[in-house]
Design a protein around this ligand. Structure first.
Ligand code: CA
Length: 450
């Protein structure tokens, strides 16, 4: 047996790629093609409803901008249109080959849920700060519970690591973040939620497809309505799979003939590993890591679109968070500063991008990776995320307007700091000889006269 916390140098046909610290398990080192094709991977549906509902953008500020000022009027009009919409869904179901029982009984009895429309159209008034996001999710409770479950499920998790290439701590981290390790899986009727959203014009196509998939799952596995519960956006089970992800990637891990992501931990964890493999998980690599930047760092390569190899980062005097050199190898990594230059810095490897395919949020990807490290015996962050003020949408709009006026084009001010805004902000900072981290600090507001 391996001792706990053994450090194994993982090798592949591209050489030593990094150190992976693993507990009591061994790997098959043969590299495998995780995706049939890149396009198949990139088009794979995300598992989590939050990818579609509450994801955050490059700056961690909620990305979904829903211009629906009067929610009550929207709820009213959707409620009135619902019966007619159900008739259309019945026709669609018939065209997709669903049974007459499903069409005439299940669909006919679906309910409009006003709360779903309200939750879908809520606009966050303030941006999320990294400190706030991270401290609520990478909690000591989740670390300790993850470590307990690592022992409890070690046989299964080690089998999954061998078969799918995803180390135990990552599967646990997704499980912990999505549902607190299965302790809260959502209680809303998935079919009613999806029907409500399918009948709301804004994202009707997407949710109609998800509803049809959910109905097919119900037919295939004979799930009853009490079983099919989940988030308001239709995400289901221990790891919050949307129906299309369930249909494609759910696995009957315990062999009882049914892939049951609500009631079978074995099925749920196996399905998560299978899904991550299909999203492109690199079995020999970490997610990324916290790093330290040198004092004279230029910030010219920042964000997902400007990766460098670890060797190149090392040449720029970027080190591991304990001060040790980065492994001098040829894998690509992108730099993320979720709280600006005064906060922690992270390099995201290819698996960081894989986590983003599960839930399109850089905050989420960092948190999954860090929680996985902690579950595996790792230390807290070397640089604690600083407490920072939350910005209102109005403040961000003012910032964007000022940047446009100063000649740094960030597009139409929308109150959301996306990649264009960050690029414009960086250019402004450079023009003022400020640290060009693209972060909306109080100094930036002052420099823009706000
Ligand atoms: Ca099963």
């Amino acid at each position: 047996m391996f001792s706990h916390n053994s450090v194994i140098v993982v090798r592949s046909n591209i050489g030593v790629v990094d150190l992976i610290k693993i507990k009591g398990l061994t790997y098959l080192f043969a590299s495998i093609a995780a995706c049939v094709s890149l396009s198949a991977c990139s088009s794979a549906p995300t598992a989590s409803a939050s990818a579609n509902a509450t994801s955050t953008n490059a700056s961690g500020i909620a990305a979904e901008v829903n211009q629906m000022p009067d929610i009550s009027a929207s709820v009213q009009s959707n409620a009135e249109a619902f019966p007619m919409c159900l008739t259309g869904l019945q026709a669609r179901a018939r065209a997709e080959g669903l049974s007459e029982a499903t069409i005439n009984s299940t669909i006919a009895n679906l309910k409009f849920v006003p709360r779903v429309i309200e939750l879908d159209q809520q606009q966050p008034e303030f941006s999320q700060t990294f400190d706030n996001y991270f401290s609520k999710r990478a909690t000591e409770w989740r670390v300790n519970e993850g470590r307990r479950l690592l022992q409890k499920h070690s046989v299964l998790l080690n089998q999954l690591a061998q078969k799918y290439g995803v180390p135990p701590q990552y599967i646990l981290s997704f499980w912990g973040l999505e549902t607190n390790y299965g302790s809260y899986k959502g209680k809303m009727s998935v079919l009613n939620s999806l029907a409500t959203l399918a009948c709301e014009p804004r994202r009707s196509n997407y949710f109609t497809i998800e509803l049809m998939q959910a109905l097919k799952l119900k037919e295939k596995y004979q799930f009853d309505d009490d079983t099919m519960v989940g988030s308001w956006a239709g995400a289901m089970g221990h790891t919050q799979f949307m129906p299309s992800a369930y249909a494609k990637y759910a696995v009957d891990g315990d062999g009882d003939g049914k892939a049951d992501l609500w009631n079978s931990t074995t099925d749920a964890l196996t399905s998560a590993a299978n899904f991550l493999q299909h999203l492109g998980w690199q079995r020999n690599q970490r997610w990324g890591r916290e790093v330290l930047l040198p004092k004279d760092f230029s910030y010219s390569h920042l964000g997902a679109k400007q990766p460098l190899s670890l060797s190149e980062w090392a040449a720029l005097n970027v080190t591991q968070s304990n001060g040790q050199p980065l492994p001098a190898v040829d894998i690509q990594a992108a730099l993320y500063l979720p709280a600006g230059h005064t906060g922690p810095a992270f390099l995201g490897y290819e698996n960081f991008n894989v986590i983003m395919r599960w839930n399109r949020s850089e905050f989420y990807a960092i948190t999954v990776g860090h929680l996985a490290d902690r579950i595996n015996g790792g230390q807290p962050l070397t640089v604690s995320p600083p407490e920072q003020p939350r910005l209102s949408r109005e403040q961000v709009k003012q910032l964007q307007t000022k940047l446009n006026e100063a000649g740094f084009d960030v597009g139409k001010p929308d109150g959301v700091l996306g990649r264009n805004s960050m690029a414009g902000l960086q250019a402004f900072q450079r023009s003022k000889q400020m640290i060009a981290d693209g972060f909306p600090s109080p100094e930036v507001f002052t420099a823009l006269g706000l």
